[in-house]
Design a protein around this ligand. Structure first.
Ligand code: IPM
Ligand code: MN
Length: 337
């Protein structure tokens, strides 16, 4: 039976890269039963709709959602991001944001660690429903000289534990190495909850070697010595920032894929990059991140054979050059070769 997948091309280059992803999925022999959703900044400007309760209910009945990018410069910041993308993550309880990175041969600037980094993969598990993203906070005395703005970080034991547990389970399927990234030396409340939870869950996984880095130090290691990492687990905002850096050190954001997961339920798959309105229609958008996000979606759908074949077709990232459709065609041609 075909998998039921909601398609949100979204804004800017979103529809362009999603078209390539769907082309590659079809070429790999996987049949999808797709439902298109016209959402994003353009839709909002047209009729004021960001997302409706009815659409969210429909999504609950799907197997997956494949999303390009949302956001246009004409809409004030936050409207689409909070009203659609974050609402989707929260209401569908997509509590894991999984972002894998594959290093090019030149990664790592620390000569002491020099070596062939080609193909070294590490994965960031970003908590996806809490932290500073939860929306706690507000204004006092707004628009006065005494204005106060607060933005709290929400960390529940339940939310932190299920994310950390997922990361340990993932580590067990890989090199059995897990690093927690936080800022426990300053965030002594949320950091303490993360630290205690991490250590308690670690006791259930004695085979997994654990490490801890403060987020500022992790930024140095991402640039100098990313090979040290296998699986990383971190909070929502640190994960947001670190995964852009992860993209930058692993060939560019054009290769960075992501899965917004609730294991066993409808989950959402999107490239890490945004809608890039400056290059829309130029053919410059690299569809590889969208194709690799499709790989994560196929794994979620249990289509592991197709996922493996597409991933292999994308592995030589240096050669994935050309226009948006040329890169899509190249990946397709490698599939059938
Ligand atoms: C991401 C994006 C989003 C985030 C924005 C668009 C709300 O940057 O998926 O990383 O901050 O999570
Ligand atoms: Mn981001």
């Amino acid at each position: 039976m075909a998998h039921r997948v909601g398609i949100v091309g979204g804004d800017g280059i979103g529809p362009e890269v999603i078209a390539e992803g769907l082309k590659v999925i079809a070429a790999a022999g996987v049949e999808l039963d797709t439902v298109d959703y016209d959402l994003g900044g353009d839709r909002y400007l047209r009729d004021g709709v960001v997302l409706t309760d009815e659409i969210i209910d429909e999504w609950r009945g799907l197997d997956a959602i494949y999303l390009g990018a949302v956001g246009t410069p004409d809409v004030p910041p936050g409207v689409i991001e909070r009203g659609m993308l974050l609402r989707m993550r929260f209401e569908l309880d997509l509590y894991i944001n999984q972002r894998p990175f594959s290093l090019p041969s030149t990664a790592g600037s620390d000569p002491a660690q020099a070596g062939d980094t080609q193909g070294h993969e590490f994965i960031v598990i970003r908590e996806n429903t809490e932290g500073t993203y939860a929306g706690e906070g507000g204004f006092l005395r707004k628009d006065t000289p005494e204005e106060i703005a607060t933005q709290g970080s929400v960390n529940t034991r339940h939310g932190v534990e299920r994310c950390i547990r997922y990361a340990f389970e993932l580590a067990m399927t890989r090199r059995k190495h897990l690093t927690m990234v936080h800022k426990t030396n300053v965030l002594t409340f949320s950091g303490d909850l993360w630290d205690r939870t991490f250590n308690e869950v670690a006791a259930d996984y004695p085979e997994v070697e654990t490490a801890y880095n403060h987020v500022d130090a992790a930024c140095i290691y991402f640039v100098d010595d990313p090979q040290r990492y296998d699986v990383i687990v971190t909070d929502n905002l640190f994960g947001d920032i670190l995964t852009d850096l992860g993209g930058a050190v692993s060939g560019g954001i054009g290769f960075a894929s992501s899965a917004n997961l609730h294991p066993g339920q409808v989950s959402m798959f999107e490239p890490v990059h945004g809608s890039a309105p400056d290059i829309v229609g130029t053919g410059k958008a690299n569809p590889t991140a969208a194709v690799l996000s499709a790989v994560l979606m196929l794994e979620h759908l249990g289509e592991n054979d197709a996922a493996d074949r597409i991933r292999a077709a994308c592995s030589d990232t240096d050669s994935l050059v050309g226009s948006t459709t040329e890169i899509g065609d190249l990946i397709v041609s490698r599939l059938s070769a």
